[in-house]
Design a protein around this ligand. Structure first.
Ligand SMILES: Cc1cc2nc3c(=O)[nH]c(=O)nc-3n(C[C@H](O)[C@H](O)[C@H](O)COP(=O)(O)OP(=O)(O)OC[C@H]3O[C@@H](n4cnc5c(N)ncnc54)[C@H](O)[C@@H]3O)c2cc1C
Length: 380
């Protein structure tokens, strides 16, 4: 058993940490204020191999592994969760189905440009009436000659307003619940595809999140991922399993940043003639946070390692997501508490981590859905 990062991982960690501090941190305030994602980051990071570190070198990726994905997610989230989310969707949810199940032509036209940061991708599963119950989506793809006609609405789509293409879930056979779903690559500019609105969010304000409408949207049949109708639900599950591991590092990065800010504040804030870090109540809270961050990171890396070994981690990936997202809530709450009234002021950065981190028990499967998966996998 070896709990150390390899030399290659450490070099990557140093490089991405340096990049996030120098190239991303200065962009955060404006992106948060304007709710406009700094799109130049896609090409810049793609050019450096930072967008999709685990995809093969021959596709333009970093040739790394899931642990590298996690290292990147943690460093990005330390700096800004919104920017991180947008980049993670590019390197994960929206492109993994093409990477794992796409045709050679789809890889050339959509995956490689996404890895290089030349095209921005989104993943569109959720609908106004279908969130946790993903099999209840109403979007239909109806065969029509050499293409499909897509009708439906997708909501809460990360990168939706800025995407060059979206990987869209739709029923080709609505009589087969779950089984009759396929994924389609729908390009910006396709007739009938529009962004109906950009959504205003409590946190993660630097990501652009939108509602997408498909109204008699014609897509060539060659844009369907996979060779036959049906089977898209398994592709979605495959993608989400990987995403939930990365989520562990998103939570860890946010927790680490909150901890660092809180320790600094606790050392500077004087009450009753002493820095508040001297009070046992503060010290115990900080000790518990430090312990939990270590567990979050260690468990996430363990499951990332299992994933890299090709093991079935359906249960463990849900455990990572559930544990890290829920533990983060307590960490953020305690961090705010230690900041006192100043923490509640917009001028103190802890409030942004608190707002951003609140999302993490909700997206990519709520905590309750993770419990359902774990129970189903455990209590046979
Ligand atoms: C900022 C943001 C970005 C997002 N990005 C994307 C994206 O890029 N692509 C995409 O497709 N989606 C995206 N989503 C959607 C996200 O994945 C969903 O919000 C999430 O899956 C939950 O669905 P819902 O919001 O409809 O909640 P619901 O499913 O309506 O759930 C509401 C509550 O009911 C609970 N619940 C539901 N079913 C059960 C059950 N069986 N047992 C117990 N409790 C249950 C839930 O846990 C939750 O607490 C995003 C959402 C947000 C907010």
């Amino acid at each position: 058993m070896d709990f150390e990062l390899t030399e290659e991982h450490r070099i990557f960690q140093d490089a991405i940490r340096d990049f996030t501090q120098k190239e991303i941190a200065p962009l955060v305030d404006e992106a948060e204020e304007t709710n406009v994602f700094p799109k130049q980051l896609f090409k810049k990071m793609g050019g450096l191999g930072f967008l999709c570190p685990r995809y093969p070198v021959e596709l333009g990726g970093g040739g790394g592994d899931k642990i590298m994905d996690c290292i990147m997610a943690e460093e990005l989230n330390k700096v800004n969760a919104g920017i991180a989310a947008s980049l993670m969707v590019q390197g994960g949810l929206s492109t993994q189905p093409i990477y794992r199940f796409g045709s050679e032509e789809q890889k050339q036209r959509f995956l490689i440009p996404a890895i290089k940061g030349e095209k921005i991708a989104a993943f569109a599963l959720t609908e106004p009436d279908s969130g946790s119950d993903a099999a209840s989506i109403k979007t239909r793809a109806t065969r029509d000659g050499d293409g499909y006609i897509i009708n439906g609405t997708k909501i809460f789509i990360t990168n939706g307003p800025i995407c060059d293409y979206a990987t869209v879930a739709a029923y080709t056979d609505p009589t087969k619940r779950g089984e009759g779903i396929n994924l389609f690559i729908v390009e910006k500019g396709a007739t009938g595809f529009s962004v109906s609105r950009k959504l205003d969010k409590v946190g993660n304000r630097s990501i652009e999140t939108g509602e997408l409408v498909f109204e008699d949207c014609r897509v060539p049949a060659k844009n369907m991922i996979g060779e036959k109708e049906g089977g898209g639900f398994d592709m979605i599950a495959d993608t989400l399993i990987s995403g939930r591991i990365t989520y562990g590092s998103r939570c860890t990065g946010t927790a680490q940043a909150a901890y660092d800010l809180t320790v600094q504040y606790a050392k500077e804030r004087i009450q009753f003639g002493r820095p508040i870090v001297k009070f046992q109540a503060t010290r115990f809270k900080l000790a518990e946070i430090a312990m939990n961050i270590d567990i979050m990171r260690t468990y996430t890396y363990r499951v990332a390692w299992m994933y890299d070994q090709g093991k079935n981690v359906r249960k463990e990936s849900s455990m990572v997501k559930l544990f890290t997202a829920e533990t983060l809530q307590k960490i953020l709450s305690d961090s705010m508490q230690i900041h006192g009234g100043y923490g509640y002021m917009m001028e103190y950065p802890i409030q942004r981590y608190w707002r951003d981190g609140r999302l993490f028990t909700i997206t990519e499967g709520t905590s309750e859905i993770q419990c359902l998966i774990i129970a189903n996998e455990t209590l046979r």
